[in-house]
Design a protein around this ligand. Structure first.
Ligand code: HEC
Ligand code: HEC
Length: 249
């Protein structure tokens, strides 16, 4: 690993663990609108340290998560429910613990996220989800101008987003950069707008600064490009495989 990459990873770990001592796991946190973007429940740090057991995580996934995220972990192509399959386990752990602590406002999932017993259960379910094959049928941008949107989206994405989310939208496990390739179009667009408008605050300040420069028309193009991108599983850090078309959902 080169020195610059090692330094960047060290910086990301500081960002993620800096608030580890703050007991943020308060039941009222979800109602607080100006919460700190990166307030850390200690269970996040603990879950990141533990070894997730995918087989154990499967039971919780079936019981608690499947009703919304579906048995495949593919979510819904209308973007109401995100695709989780193949996402980096670090990203999954961070999002689940942020949602549990109210640092990422998600009233729909909040009561279900709270049902996971402890940090080990969070590590387990994340390990399981990360092994699911990546569906090929994500919700796409459906406008007639789709080829133009996708081409323009690629130019914009490559300029400022690829430095973190990587050239093929495959993210980076150690840095908590999510996989964006093949995520549902509507979900991507909603998250980008939520992040830009400060509705979703659990992102690094660098990303917030970058995304505030883009208007909604540009975000449509970027989302159209990313939803259309199928990153080969071999480029991701750990995910099992791409699903075969016939058994995606
Ligand atoms: C009642 C429906 C529902 C249930 C049950 C549910 N979720 Fe979710 N989940 C959602 C919704 C809706 C979102 C996206 C919210 C938004 O748009 O910000 C989400 C987002 C997520 C994210 C963030 C994805 C990303 O790309 O950032 C993760 C991780 C996640 N869920 C994992 C789980 C796990 C694990 C379980 C089971 C313990 C679970 N969810 C149960 C509805 C649900
Ligand atoms: C400094 C690195 C960085 C840059 C630059 C950056 N991002 Fe991000 N982005 C992140 C991180 C880290 C997250 C996950 C935030 C978290 O931990 O909750 C994220 C989250 C997202 C999400 C939500 C993913 C999900 O599954 O919910 C989208 C969409 C996104 N970024 C798009 C973009 C776009 C588009 C750009 C360029 C305009 C961009 N990002 C630039 C680091 C970055």
């Amino acid at each position: 690993m080169n020195k610059i990459k090692a330094l960047a990873i060290a910086a990301a770990m500081v960002w993620v663990t800096a608030w580890a001592q703050v007991p943020a796991d308060s039941p009222i946190a979800i109602e607080v609108r100006d919460y700190k973007g990166n307030t850390q429940p200690s269970e996040k740090v603990e879950a990141l340290r533990l070894k997730g057991v995918a087989k154990a995580g499967r039971a919780d996934f079936k019981l608690i998560c499947e009703a919304c995220h579906l048995v495949t972990g593919g979510g819904k192509p209308d973007g109401s429910i995100p695709q989780l399959a193949g996402q980096h386990s670090t990203v999954l752990i961070k999002q689940i613990t942020d949602i549990r602590a109210g640092n990422r406002h998600n009233p729909m999932m909040y009561p279900f996220a709270r049902q996971l017993a402890d940090a080990q259960s969070i590590a387990n379910v994340s390990a399981y989800v990360a092994t699911l094959c990546i569906p090929l049928d994500s919700g796409k941008y459906l406008g007639a101008d789709s080829p133009r949107q996708i081409a323009e989206g690629k130019v914009l994405y490559d300029r400022e987003c690829a430095q973190c989310h990587q050239a093929n939208g495959e993210g980076l496990k150690e840095m908590f950069y999510p996989v964006l390739a093949g995520q549902h179009y509507e979900y991507l667009l909603r998250q980008m707008k939520n992040i830009r408008e400060g509705v979703r605050t659990n992102v690094p300040p660098e990303m917030f600064k970058v995304i505030t420069k883009y208007d909604s028309t540009q975000l449509v193009s970027i989302a159209a490009y990313l939803a259309n991108l199928n990153t080969p599983a071999s480029m991701m850090m750990q995910s099992g495989s791409m699903c075969r078309a016939a058994k995606t959902r």
